[in-house]
Design a protein around this ligand. Structure first.
Ligand SMILES: [Zn+2]
Length: 462
C-alpha cells in the first residue's frame, strides 16, 4: 500500500531533480558551422565519409530553403536572426542605402558600418544578454560592432587564417574556465572553388574531399576535448552553387544606355538604381529584353521572395534564370559557378546535418527553411528568441522526445525564472518527501538510517 505511492513520489522527484540539474548545468553547448557554398547534393556526388558519419549518428535535412537573395551575407545574417533579408537589412552582398547615403560592399570588405547591421539583433547579442558567452571564428558580421556588442570572443576576419586555427580557438573558448555556450565557425570553401571551377567541374571532387576532411578534423578535435557527447553540433551552409556558361550571358549594354543607371548588386540577381527621373526608361528597356531575365519594379517583386520592405532594395531588380549570367558587357566579371538565384531552385539550397544530445539519431527530413534555424538555436541554448520569421514547431521533429518535451513544457521561452521555479519546486518536493518518509518509516518500517539528515544534504546542495 505504501510502496507504490512512495515509488511514484520518488520517481517524480527524480525527474524534477533531473530537470533542475540539466537546467542548472547551464544548457548544452551549441556549435553552428557554415561551409560556404556547400550545395545540398555534394554529399551524393563526391566521397564525404565524415558528413555521412554524422548523418548516421544524427539528423540530416536534405535541402534547406534559404532566403532570397541566395547570397552569402543575407543568408548568414538570417541564420543568426531568423529574419528574411528585408527584415534584417542585409539585403545583398553589395548595398546602397539611400537614407544613410552609404554603400556596403563585401568585395571590398567595406562592411563594418554598424548602421547596416542594426536593423536586427544577432543571436550572440541575445545569448550574452542572458548571461552566457559566445565565440565566433570568422562568422560574417561577427567582427562588426552591432549595437555596441561583439561576441564575447571573436576573430577579426582574415581569410588566410587556417580552418585548424579557427577550430583550435573555438575549442579553447568552449573549454575555458568561463566557457562559451554558443560557437560559430565559418569556412570559405567550397564557395571559392565553386565560383572558380563551376560545380560540374570534376576537380570539385578534390575540393569537397578537402572540406570533408576539415569536418573530420573538427569532429576529432571535439572528441579529444571531451565535447563531442555533450555538444549540439549543426553543420550547414548559406547557399548552393550553379554551373554557368559563357554561352549564357546577358549583356545589359545591348538593351539600355549604361549612363541611365548604376548596378548596385551583381549577377545573377542584379539590383539596379536608375538615375533620377530615369526609372521608367530603364524599366521599359529591360522588361522584355531577354527571355532568360525577369525584370521587376520593386513594388512588383513576388511576395514569396519576402524582398520588398527595405529601402536598400533598389527600384529595379533583374533576376537571371538558373545558370545565366547578367553583365553590363563582356568586360564584366564572369564566374564559372554562381549563386544568388531564386531561392526555390534546388541548386541554390544547402544541406543541414546535426549531432548531439538534443537531436534524434539517423533521422532524415526532406526540407526546412533557414528562418527556422534561429528559433532552434535559441531553444538549444535555452534563451528567449526575439521576434522572427521562423518557428520552432517546424523543426521540432528533429529533436529527441526529451528535448521536444522541454519545448512543450517551457514553450521555448525558458529563463532564469523557470530555472529558479523548477529548483524551488524540487526543494519543496524533497522536503515533502522527507516528511513523508519520516512518517512512513516511523510508523511502519523502523529504518533509522533513512532518517539520517545527511542523506538529503547533497541533494539540497545541487
Ligand atoms: Zn556564400
Amino acid at each position: 500500500m505504501v510502496s507504490d505511492p512512495c515509488r511514484i513520489f520518488l520517481t517524480l522527484c527524480t525527474l524534477t531533480f533531473t530537470g533542475t540539474f540539466c537546467l542548472l548545468q547551464g544548457s548544452p553547448k551549441v556549435l553552428l558551422v557554415s561551409f560556404d557554398g556547400f550545395r545540398w547534393d555534394y554529399i551524393y556526388k563526391f566521397p564525404t565519409p565524415n558528413f555521412h558519419s554524422i548523418i548516421e549518428d544524427g539528423i540530416h535535412v536534405k535541402q534547406v530553403t534559404n532566403v532570397f537573395i541566395t547570397k552569402t551575407y543575407p543568408n548568414h545574417y538570417s541564420m543568426v536572426t531568423g529574419l528574411y533579408a528585408e527584415n534584417h537589412g542585409i539585403v545583398a552582398n553589395e548595398m546602397y542605402d539611400p537614407v544613410l547615403n552609404k554603400t556596403f560592399s563585401m568585395d571590398r570588405m567595406d562592411i563594418y558600418d554598424s548602421e547596416f547591421w542594426e536593423e536586427a539583433v544577432p543571436i550572440w547579442f541575445t545569448n550574452q544578454y542572458e548571461g552566457r558567452k559566445s565565440g565566433a571564428a570568422m562568422w560574417p558580421g561577427s567582427d562588426v560592432n552591432i549595437s555596441g556588442v561583439y561576441p564575447s570572443f571573436y576573430l577579426p576576419y582574415n581569410e588566410t587564417v587556417s580552418f585548424e586555427y579557427r577550430v583550435a580557438k573555438l575549442i579553447e573558448w568552449f573549454t575555458s574556465n568561463k566557457p562559451i555556450h554558443l560557437g560559430l565557425l565559418y569556412w570559405e570553401e567550397p564557395d571559392e572553388s565553386g565560383h572558380l571551377l563551376g560545380p560540374d567541374n570534376p576537380l570539385m571532387s578534390y575540393v569537397i574531399t578537402e572540406v570533408d576532411n576539415k569536418l573530420g578534423h573538427l569532429v576529432a578535435e571535439l572528441k579529444k576535448a571531451g565535447l563531442w557527447d555533450t555538444m549540439n553540433l549543426i553543420i550547414t551552409s548559406d547557399h548552393g552553387m550553379e554551373q554557368c556558361s559563357s554561352d549564357r550571358v546577358i549583356e545589359l549594354d545591348n538593351y539600355v544606355d549604361k549612363n541611365l543607371y548604376t548596378v548596385v548588386e551583381h549577377s545573377p540577381t542584379v539590383a539596379i538604381l536608375p538615375k533620377e527621373g530615369k526609372l521608367e526608361d530603364v524599366y521599359k528597356a529591360l522588361a522584355n529584353a531577354h527571355p532568360n531575365m525577369t525584370v521587376y519594379k520593386k513594388e512588383d517583386i513576388p511576395e514569396r521572395f519576402h524582398y520588398l520592405h527595405n529601402s536598400r532594395i533598389q527600384p529595379i531588380l533583374a533576376v537571371a534564370d538558373l545558370g545565366w549570367t547578367i553583365l553590363q558587357n563582356r568586360s564584366g566579371r564572369y564566374l564559372e559557378g554562381n549563386h544568388g538565384y531564386d531561392n526555390t531552385e534546388p541548386n541554390m539550397h544547402p544541406l543541414l546535418v546535426a549531432h548531439g544530445p538534443a537531436f534524434k539519431r539517423n533521422v532524415t527530413k526532406e526540407a526546412m527553411t533557414f528562418t527556422d534555424l534561429y528559433p532552434l538555436l535559441c531553444h538549444l541554448l535555452d534563451i528567449q528568441p526575439l521576434p522572427n520569421n521562423g518557428s520552432l514547431s517546424h523543426v521540432q521533429d528533429l529533436l529527441t522526445s526529451a528535448a521536444a518535451q522541454f519545448l512543450s513544457d517551457y514553450g521555448g521561452q525558458e529563463s532564469y525564472a523557470s530555472i529558479v521555479g523548477v529548483f524551488l519546486g524540487s526543494v519543496l518536493a524533497l522536503t515533502f518527501l522527507l516528511v513523508f518518509i519520516k512518517h512512513v518509516t516511523r510508523s511502519q518500517i523502523s529504518a533509522p538510517q533513512i532518517e539520517h539528515p545527511e542523506i538529503t544534504q547533497p541533494l539540497l546542495d545541487v
